[in-house]
Design a binder for this molecule. Structure first.
Ligand SMILES: [Zn+2]
Length: 404
C-alpha cells in the first residue's frame, strides 16, 4: 500500500468548505474530549443544528463515537463525544546514534505498551531488517493494539519531506538514504519520517490546547546532537531544501572542535551530551578509546553527581548551560518566538542551569523583553521525540494543515 503523503492529502481534502468544517470539528473533539454537542457549537460559534449534521456524519464514518452521559445541573443530560481511537495504533520510532527507541500508542498518543530500545545498527540495510523484525514482533505480541495506522520515524538528520529520504544524518554517517522507502517495503505499513527537532515541534503544535498562543515557537532537543524545530504562524518551517532551522550548526566558535557536519565549532558540539561529558572528563570523548568510566557514565549520572556535591560535574553542566544560552540568544534574535521549548536529558538539571542559561541569553539578545522569552521544559519522561514520531502519523489524520 502506498503511504498517503500529508501534502497530497492536504490538497485532496481542502476542496470543500464541508470537508474543512469536518476537520475543524474532529480537531476540536480531539482537543476537548469528552465534549457535548452544545459546547462544540459554542466553540465553533455556530448553531447546534449545523454542528450536529457534521457530528452525525463523523459518527457514521466511525471517526467519532458517543460516550458516557455527563453531568448537567438541570434538564436533559448531554452525551459526550469522543474521538474513536479504539483498536487503532501507531508505532513510533526514535533513531538515535547509539540506541533506537520504539513506542506504541493509540491515535491520541496514549502509550499502549512499554517503550523498548535496541542498539542502533549503522549499516542501513541491517538497521531496517532489524527494525522490521522488532515492529512485527511488537504488533504480533499485542493483539489488543488493533490495526496499525502507520509508523512514525524520527531521525537526527535532515529529511526530504517529499521523498522521505534522509539527506544527511552526520552522527549516523547516513547520507542520501531512502529510509522511508526501505522501511515501508520491509514492514508493509505506511511510514512517515522526519527530523527529530521538527517532529518534536509538530507534536508540540499538535498537543497544544491554545493554538492562538503557540503559533510562533522554537523547539530544541538536546541529546546526542542538537535538533531544532521552528514553527511560525502555526506552520513548521522547512525551507527550500528542508534544512531550515538547523541552528545546531551555526558557528559558535570558528576555531572550535570539529562537528559531524564537517564544519568546526558548531553550537551542537558545545551542548550535546557528549560535549558535557567531555568537559567533565577533561578530554574530547569523541576521540577513542574513552576512559573506562566515560563509557558507562550517562548525563543522568553526571546530574546525580552534581546534585551530590561533585563540583566538577556541576561546572560541566553550567558550562553547557552557558553555551545553550549563547546559542539561544542567536536563535531568538533571528526568530523572535513567543515561546522556547527545550527537551533532552540535560533538562533534568534545569533548576541547576536555568540562571546560567538566562544570563548568557541576556548577553546576546537585542532587547531586554526578548531576553524574557518564556522557556518551557518538556520532561524526558514524556518521551517528546517518540511523541513527535506519533504525531507524524496520528496528526496526519486530524490536522493536515499543520506543516507547511
Ligand atoms: Zn555542524
Amino acid at each position: 500500500m502506498r503511504p498517503q503523503h500529508p501534502k497530497n492529502l492536504r490538497i485532496a481534502t481542502r476542496g470543500t468548505t464541508r470537508e474543512i468544517n469536518r476537520r475543524v470539528v474532529l480537531n476540536l473533539i480531539r482537543i476537548h474530549q469528552p465534549i457535548s454537542r452544545a459546547d462544540l457549537a459554542r466553540l465553533m460559534g455556530t448553531r447546534r443544528g449545523a454542528v450536529s449534521v457534521l457530528v452525525n456524519q463523523l459518527i457514521e464514518d466511525g471517526a467519532v463515537f458517543e460516550g458516557a452521559t455527563g453531568e448537567a445541573k438541570r434538564g436533559r443530560k448531554p452525551t459526550f463525544l469522543y474521538m474513536d481511537s479504539r483498536e487503532r495504533c501507531v508505532v513510533a520510532v526514535d533513531i538515535r546514534p547509539t540506541r533506537t527507541f520504539v513506542m506504541v500508542t493509540d491515535l491520541l498518543g496514549r502509550q499502549l505498551a512499554s517503550v523498548t530500545s535496541f542498539p542502533t545498527e549503522r549499516e542501513p540495510k541491517r538497521f531496517v531488517t532489524g527494525l522490521a523484525k522488532r515492529v512485527h514482533a511488537i504488533l504480533a505480541g499485542h493483539h489488543d493494539l488493533g490495526r496499525c495506522e502507520g509508523i512514525g520515524v524520527v531521525v537526527p538528520g535532515m529529511v526530504d519531506a517529499e521523498t522521505g529520504r534522509v539527506l544527511s544524518a552526520p552522527n549516523l554517517g547516513w547520507r542520501d538514504l531512502s529510509l522511508r522507502e526501505s522501511i515501508t517495503a520491509a514492514v508493509g505499513l505506511p511510514v512517515e519520517i522526519e527530523n527529530s527537532g521538527k517532529a518534536c515541534a509538530l507534536a508540540q503544535l499538535w498537543s497544544s490546547r491554545d493554538s492562538g498562543a503557540s503559533g510562533n515557537f522554537v523547539y530544541l532537543t538536546v541529546s546526542d546532537g542538537l535538533g531544532v524545530g521552528v514553527v511560525l504562524g502555526g506552520q513548521l518551517v522547512r525551507g527550500q531544501h528542508n534544512i531550515a532551522g538547523e541552528f545546531g550548526h551555526i558557528p559558535l566558535n570558528l576555531d572550535g572542535p570539529r562537528c559531524g557536519c564537517g564544519a568546526s565549532g558548531c553550537w551542537e558540539v558545545y551542548v550535546s551530551n557528549l560535549a558535557t561529558l567531555s568537559r567533565y572528563f577533561g578530554r574530547d570523548l569523541r576521540e577513542r578509546p574513552f576512559p573506562a568510566e566515560a563509557a558507562t557514565l550517562t548525563i543522568d549520572d553526571l546530574i546525580a553527581r552534581a546534585r551530590g556535591g561533585d563540583a566538577k560535574a556541576l561546572a560541566a553542566l553550567l558550562a553547557t548551560g552557558r553555551y545553550l544560552g549563547l546559542g539561544l540568544g542567536a536563535v531568538i534574535n533571528v526568530i523572535d518566538p513567543s515561546h522556547v521549548y527545550i527537551s533532552g536529558e540535560i533538562t533534568a538539571a534545569w533548576d541547576l542551569i536555568e540562571a546560567t542559561v538566562r544570563a548568557a541569553l541576556a548577553e546576546r539578545v537585542l532587547t531586554q523583553s526578548a531576553g524574557a522569552t518564556p522557556i518551557a521544559i518538556v520532561p524526558t519522561e514524556q518521551y517528546p521525540r517518540l511523541r513527535g514520531a506519533v504525531a507524524l502519523v496520528a496528526a496526519r489524520s486530524f490536522a493536515q494543515d499543520m506543516s507547511a
